[in-house]
Design a binder for this molecule. Structure first.
Ligand SMILES: C[S@@+](CC[C@H](N)C(=O)[O-])C[C@H]1O[C@@H](n2cnc3c(N)ncnc32)[C@H](O)[C@@H]1O
Length: 444
């Protein structure tokens, strides 16, 4: 039953617009799974997607050259090999038998084929030899750590083979749940104590002042502290962005690209739930998610608007002092939490996103007053969406200057700030989601 549901999730994830967490949530909801089954389903779906490239490399060595597997068969074999090689708690015979049953619909011949391939892999996978890192770093990293070659090549060119190797390793780790204390209701220490009492394992973030990491926890929505609005789920690095904007009380604050409201609610919190924050996103559905979070957290100073940041329909911008543009991006900094992203992105998408990001930034820049501050941020690691957007922006809008991130985030280690004064962190340098943010002031 669980393997069939796994297969259903994997086939749905073939759709480029699908996202791993909602696909799994829906299957869990529709099938009313027990806690144990829920965990197993989640683990196999995430693991199979994360290791898909590596699994395919192994499978290819055990089928005849040129033999084309159909989509269904590819997934059946991937699920089988994933369990054999990565899930110690499932005995090999059970992993093989359950996987063979998945091929039932396709007939006895297919079942025999799956059985034979899996048994051969169980016997001989250890003896496979990868291309050497020193000789062919692209193939080595791509096949060993399961990333598309074009992205590994891009990262090696953009940074170095060492960077690419370490980033890919760290991005395959399962990230702890990261939360931000709702300081309007409780302080971090008291929240940590309360969560620990409930049996959760909690450590304090070393880089986000109000952040906690839940290294072992029950489902988040079931926690009393979540229901009571004592925290917001948010990566540690994402928690730095509102501090970089450093909004002041009694000022005008606008958060564009705001849904689901992680940073909106943080901004609202930093100004003590009194100063108004205008939060903007593209659709009513998106805006509803901001409202839900505000309601749960007891935040009442957020005013919402459905609008497109590429237009001049956001009146609040004219008088704004602090503006956040947390731009739509490729999300390559979040591969720990969204392993499917690596198989969905294309080089063209990254360039299209960079053009959209620049367009939004320039449109906003032309509407705001002198002295106003924009923070531009992404959860991308791609130079096109980060440094290059800022370079292109400063060429187009020379009346802006960069204010060094260190002045606003003095508690960060030096290697979290680039020589240009940008905030930039990665999973392998700070054990956080890859995040980029720049503070720009209009100075004319
Ligand atoms: C990275 S997410 C924002 C995450 C959010 N700031 C948070 O911290 O929870 C980017 C958001 O930008 C929105 N978006 C994309 N294009 C937009 C546009 N042209 N105008 C306004 N919002 C846009 C998307 O709907 C999406 O919700």
């Amino acid at each position: 039953m669980i393997r069939k549901l796994v297969l259903r999730c994997l086939v749905q994830l073939e759709n480029r617009n699908s996202q791993i967490a909602p696909v799994i949530d829906e299957v869990i909801r529709k099938n009313q799974l027990s806690e144990a089954d829920r965990r197993l389903l989640t683990e196999i779906v995430y693991g199979t997607i994360r290791w898909q490239g590596h699994l395919d490399w192994i499978i290819q060595q055990f089928i005849k050259p040129g033999f084309q597997l159909d989509l269904q068969m590819s997934y059946i074999l991937r699920v089988g090999v994933y369990q054999l090689l990565y899930l110690d708690k499932i005995p090999n015979h059970a992993a093989i038998n359950e996987t063979v049953e998945l091929a039932n619909q396709k007939g006895q011949k297919s079942k025999n084929f799956v059985n034979a391939v899996l048994r051969e892999i169980q016997r001989s996978a250890d003896s496979l030899i990868l291309p050497q890192l020193e000789v062919d770093p692209i193939s080595h990293i791509s096949l060993k750590l399961s990333y598309p070659k074009w992205l590994v090549k891009k990262w090696i060119g953009q940074f170095s083979p060492k960077w690419a190797l370490e980033f890919c390793q760290a991005s395959n780790q399962i990230a702890p749940v990261s939360i931000r204390t709702n300081t309007l209701r409780i302080d971090r220490h008291k929240l940590a104590m309360s969560l620990r009492k409930g049996g959760n394992q909690v450590v304090e973030s070393r880089i986000a002042p109000d952040g906690l990491l839940l290294t072992k926890t029950n489902p988040i929505r079931s926690l009393e502290e979540f229901q009571a609005g004592l925290f917001q789920v948010q990566d540690e690095a994402a928690q730095l962005v509102a501090h970089l904007l450093a909004p002041q009380e009694k000022s005008e604050i606008v958060d564009l690209c705001a849904s689901p409201g992680g940073k909106t609610t943080h901004l609202a919190q930093l100004v003590g739930n009194v100063t108004n924050v205008v939060a903007v996103d593209l659709s009513t559905k998106k805006i509803e998610r901001i409202q839900e979070n505000c309601q749960r957290l007891g935040i009442t100073n957020v005013h919402i608007q459905v609008a497109n940041a590429k237009t001049d329909e956001i009146e609040a911008l004219v008088a704004a002092d602090s503006i956040l543009i947390d731009a739509p991006c490729s999300g390559t900094g979040t591969l720990r939490r969204h392993p499917d992203i690596r198989w969905k992105r294309t080089a063209k998408q990254i360039l299209d996103l960079a053009n959209l990001q620049l367009e939004i930034l320039i449109k906003v820049a032309t509407q705001i007053k002198s002295g106003a501050v924009i923070v531009y941020s992404t959860c991308s690691t791609e130079v096109e969406e980060n440094q290059e957007v800022i370079t292109r922006f400063l060429e187009a809008c020379p009346r802006f200057s960069v204010e060094p991130a260190h002045d606003y985030l003095p508690f960060l280690p030096a290697n979290a700030i680039t020589s240009d004064g940008y905030l930039q962190v990665f999973p392998h340098t700070h054990s956080v989601d890859g995040t980029f943010a720049v503070r720009l002031r209009r100075i004319d």
